[in-house]
Design a protein. Structure first.
Length: 259
């Protein structure tokens, strides 16, 4: 696999398997630290709620790093699963649904907007790394980066669950990828904001859908614990739907097309 190109401009590109879109070593290091505990920091969680997670690139990168590199775990898969990510997105979905309860249009629009900065972008736009670097558990960072950029387990998960999540793709995202959208599907957060008008009906549909989705994401979290129940394909697809609603559907549509 080709090495990722160097340069800060990569951080502004959508994540993908093309050489110019792969994860850098610094991104993997920061995200691996994040998975190992930085996400539990109170100030960090507050920043994540204000920005609705991370930017699209690093939201999907977060999923990729956890799924590709976390090899052991509970549940049917026993690893290579987005446990921490589902905890975060259950929180984000519930928080968004709560903020959309306001009856004032200005408050609803403000709730949908991002505020602040992506926590990963803030960390990775520093100096470049050099030499042989190690990260948690003494692992070679370059090796971790290579494994993450294969995106093998992530692509498999997206492909397996595509029959479930494909029926819920944002119409505007679907059009951009020349795929058919199902009638009445929910626009993603960005396209809901950029629409001609946000109505009471669209806000209530969004709020209700997000609460239902939060329940499925929580069920997925529970399935990845020792006492968790067996899951379903709909529940397995829930994290894809959650990340896509906040960040757009480009990554799963692109990765499953190239798999």
């Amino acid at each position: 696999m080709p090495d990722p190109v160097e340069g800060d401009e990569r951080f502004d590109r959508p994540l993908g398997r093309d050489s110019g879109a792969l994860l850098s070593s610094e991104e993997v290091r920061v995200l691996w630290d994040f998975v190992h505990g930085d996400i539990m920091s109170g100030p960090t969680r507050q920043r994540l709620k204000e920005y609705w997670g991370m930017c699209p690139r690093h939201s999907w990168a977060y999923a990729v790093v956890e799924i590709e590199l976390w090899e052991a775990g509970a549940g049917a898969r026993g690893g290579h699963q987005p446990f921490d990510l589902t905890v975060l997105y259950t929180d984000l979905l519930q928080t968004m649904a709560g903020r959309l309860r306001t009856g004032r249009r200005r408050g609803q629009v403000k709730a949908l907007e991002r505020h602040g900065q992506c926590v990963i972008c803030a960390d990775v736009r520093g100096g470049a790394l050099a030499g042989i670097l190690v990260t948690h558990a003494g692992m070679d960072l370059q090796q971790l980066t290579s494994e993450a950029n294969e995106m093998r387990f992530t692509a498999d998960w997206l492909t397996e669950t595509r029959p479930m999540w494909a029926a819920t793709v944002c119409p505007d995202c679907a059009e951009a990828h020349s795929v058919a959208a199902q009638p009445g599907t929910l626009p993603c957060r960005a396209h809901l904001l950029s629409g001609l008008a946000i109505s009471d009906a669209s806000v209530e549909l969004t709020r209700t859908t997000l609460m239902e989705l939060a329940g499925r994401v929580r069920a997925l979290t529970d399935s990845m614990t020792q006492s968790g129940r067996p899951t379903t394909e709909l529940v397995n697809a829930s994290w894809v739907q959650a990340v896509s609603w906040f960040n757009g559907w480009d990554f799963p549509l692109t990765l499953t097309r190239s798999s």
